[in-house]
Design a protein around this ligand. Structure first.
Ligand code: AMP
Length: 334
């Protein structure tokens, strides 16, 4: 869990793409932090539907994915009274400011992004312009609300750096307007895939994921099949599969259970056929409150949409003010 210092109230923002059901990696690595942050910061959390269009998708499914993510936000504990929860596409000012920011962002800055370069290298995949300009859009998401502190994983560091560069370039050319947001490096567990523990748990490889809404029998099955010791681990190191199971124990089981299995691991008496059912039971128990709330929420699409509408209308006022200020500063009539 992150230790958040109670300093002056800063503004933070984060979003998740609505592109399928969330897994426990998303919960431990993102949602759980969002819930903790809303008691400390002035928070914006958004459903990044425009970003999700850069990936292959089925138009008929998009609205359901948006509602699914909104229900997951709320079921995990995001509270519209504490946080502004909005839908990116409900705020056209994002796209307008993105155009303006793109005119002050050199193409080579975007082309050197590791994530973009990795995607551009993929065989049989034509990288779209949205993936190239994604960091410009991300800068808008952050700066349009004048956010000051952004939770980032290591893979987002480069993108936040572009946001800071865009803020600096804009301020230098048109006058002080945007704060340069600082990264908040959270001690987030990086959950690995259950069937390939050398790779991150990711919905693109569903067999290795436990989804937040997986039923007990499915969770038991997935944990039972989880990879443990494939190759002999390096001296003094747990093999990645075992380390991942211990990470899950740490998150979902009692301290006593963790200690018991750690002792067994250390004295060589551990049996994964004993650890796995205990872990599965604790995960099932840990996910129950989420699943119960989600099941109720997902039956209320109108309520979910109205949460997005009212959050978006609050966010939009702020976005409109920033865009007015920007247009005025760059010399466009307002
Ligand atoms: P994605 O859907 O992959 O864009 O992820 C949404 C959020 O969940 C991001 O903040 C990710 O950093 C986080 N996340 C995704 N996969 C994992 C994982 N396996 N372990 C920890 N955090 C993750």
């Amino acid at each position: 869990m992150i230790a958040i210092s109670k300093t002056e109230k800063q503004t933070t923002l984060s979003g998740i793409k609505p592109s399928g059901p969330l897994h426990i990696g998303n919960y431990l690595g993102a949602l759980r932090q969002f819930v903790a942050m809303q008691n400390v910061y002035h928070c914006y959390f958004f459903v990044a539907d425009l970003h999700s269009l850069t990936e292959p998708y089925e138009p008929k499914e998009k609205t359901a994915q948006i509602l699914d993510l909104t229900a997951s936000f709320l079921a995990a504990g995001l509270d519209p009274k504490k946080s502004t929860i909005f839908l990116q596409s409900f705020i056209p000012e994002h796209t307008e400011l993105a155009w303006i920011f793109s005119t002050i962002t050199p193409v080579p800055e975007l082309e050197r992004m590791t994530q973009y370069k990795d995607m551009a290298k993929r065989k049989g995949f034509t990288v779209n312009t949205g993936l190239l300009t994604y960091p410009v859009f991300m800068a808008v998401d952050i700066l349009i609300y004048k956010s000051t502190i952004i939770p980032v994983g290591d893979d987002q560091d480069q993108h936040l750096e572009i946001t800071r560069t865009i803020a600096r370039n804009f301020n230098r050319r048109f006058g002080e307007t945007f704060p340069e947001p600082k990264p908040l490096h959270t001690a987030v567990p990086r959950l690995m895939s259950l069937d390939n523990p050398l790779r991150k748990m990711s919905k693109s490889e569903p067999a290795g994921c436990i989804f937040l809404n997986d039923q007990p029998a499915v969770i038991e099955q997935k944990i039972k099949r989880a990879v443990t010791d494939t190759a002999p681990p390096k001296a003094g190191e747990m093999s990645p599969g075992v380390a991942n199971l211990f990470q899950l124990l740490q998150e979902f089981s009692s301290e006593e259970t963790v200690k018991k299995f750690r002792r067994a691991y250390e004295d060589g008496s551990i049996r994964y056929s004993e650890l796995k059912p205990v872990l599965a039971k604790d995960i099932i128990k840990g996910l129950k409150p989420f699943q119960k709330k989600y099941a109720t929420l997902i039956e209320q699409p109108k309520k979910l949409m109205s949460v997005l509408e009212s959050g978006s209308s609050k966010a939009r006022k702020v976005a409109q003010n920033t865009l007015q200020e920007v247009k005025h500063k760059i010399g466009l009539p307002t």
